[in-house]
Unconditional design. Structure first.
Length: 414
């Protein structure tokens, strides 16, 4: 058995004996151990505690041990919402936006989701795999230890299946856990602009049976938004997905509140993601449900939209998580450290709340809470080792500074 002892940890963060999805005041509670050790066996957290208990609790010290004096150790971030498989970046649209063009004008120039779909359908599976693999390695270096990835830039039977097969290969090749989400209902492709029912039929009758047969997805998603999919259309698509064994994780209330929250809760969604535009009634519905609200502040930041009402959601007892929404259109960054900083700076979340929302609650938002999200015996040793820092609050406070010294995945430094 390969054993490794990490000793003299300045603070071991998010130490939990039991799993619990955190809501309300509990989100601000951060259990830590000062001057701590962690024992790792075969890539799994085998024990932890305060240094003064080490000799008693670990009588036979392993030969391999590392002294991390001054450093904090945290569970890695769980990024529960990404579109990390894409063919090309879209900085030309970014420039158009800076020059004052509207969303509609950019769309008329061939921009937006359809632009990405066009590029993706021209790319090979290997090209898509290689570029996404590189992006994932880069995000692991930034502390991400699990990721959800969506399709949704295919928008044809062939394109959607190609994306999902790429995600399946990424699951097999990457050292972090990956969950796959089918987002055929991202937007209506041009061929079905006047025939919405035709595209919905294609999703249900042509895409879903193959996806289920080849086990290409864990979840089903839909962009419920004015000009995209209505709440009723989402219900039809998601109910079909549920019939094929996929749980819903949904894009809701980014730009408008059109009944998506109510439908998502009726569909027993694992999570509702975005939530820039929430009515009081939406907040109340979410707070009385088991559905997790996943906030994507870097999308609001990049699109210069009002941020998600994190304080109202937390104070109303909603269970919330944080994610990057990494995609070439609205959030071209997979940096969870910046997501956490922005959550504190712009949404007034406390550092403890943001870190819990990006670890244990985010693990719940991708059903990985038994493997990741906290320092717990039996969970994976996917850990962030900070540089020497004065406090936990220093992480979001010093936004833009790279405070990460090393990242460990499955007990090995990455
Ligand atoms: O989550 N809102 C829908 N989809 C993406 C953006 C897609 C794009 O612009 O390529 C999002 O923000
Ligand atoms: Fe998204």
């Amino acid at each position: 058995m390969a054993s490794l002892l990490i000793k003299n940890i300045k603070q071991l963060v998010n130490v939990r004996v039991q799993n619990e999805l955190l809501r309300g005041a509990a989100l601000a509670e951060m259990p830590v151990i000062e001057d701590a050790y962690v024992l790792i066996e075969d890539g799994i957290i085998a024990d932890y505690g305060a240094m003064y208990e080490l000799e008693l609790k670990v009588p036979h010290l392993p030969k391999d041990n590392i002294d991390v004096h001054g450093q904090f150790v945290l569970p890695t971030w769980c990024d529960s919402h990404t579109h990390i498989v894409f063919a090309k970046t879209r900085e030309e649209e970014f420039i158009y936006k800076l020059q004052g063009l509207s969303y509609a004008e950019i769309a008329a120039k061939g921009g937006g989701i359809l632009n990405s779909a066009n590029k993706l359908n021209q790319a090979t599976e290997d090209e898509l795999f290689n570029s996404a693999y590189k992006r994932i390695q880069d995000t692991i270096k930034l502390g991400t230890g699990a990721m959800e990835i969506k399709s949704g830039y295919g928008l044809t039977v062939e394109g959607e299946l190609k994306m999902l097969r790429v995600i399946k290969r990424l699951k097999e090749k990457c050292s972090i856990p990956i969950k796959a989400t089918f987002l055929g209902a991202h937007t209506y492709p041009i061929a079905f602009k006047e025939n919405h029912q035709g595209y919905i039929d294609s999703i249900i009758n042509e895409m879903l049976p193959v996806i289920a047969n080849e086990k290409l997805a864990d979840y089903i998603d839909c962009f419920c938004e004015t000009g995209f999919f209505s709440a009723a259309e989402m219900e039809t698509i998601v109910n079909a997905g549920i019939g094929f064994g996929l749980k819903p994780k949904l894009h809701i209330n980014q730009l408008n509140s059109i009944g998506g929250i109510e439908s998502a809760i009726k569909l027993n969604a694992l999570s509702v993601d975005h939530l820039e535009t929430m009515t009081d009634a939406d907040v109340k519905l979410l707070s009385n449900s088991n559905t997790i609200g996943t906030l994507l502040p870097t999308a609001a930041f990049f699109l210069r939209m009002p941020f998600q009402p994190a304080r109202q959601l937390i104070d109303s007892n909603c269970a919330i998580a944080l994610a990057t929404d990494f995609n070439p259109g609205s959030s071209p960054s997979g940096n969870m450290n910046f997501v956490i900083a922005l959550s504190c700076i712009q949404m007034k979340m406390l550092p403890e709340e943001a870190i819990n929302a990006a670890t244990i609650n985010a693990a719940y938002a991708m059903e990985l809470q038994n493997e990741l999200g906290s320092i717990t015996i039996g969970k994976k040793a996917n850990l962030i080792f900070t540089k020497p820092i004065p406090s936990l609050a220093y992480l979001p406070y010093s936004f833009g500074e790279n405070c990460i010294d090393k990242v460990m995945i499955n007990g090995e430094f990455f």
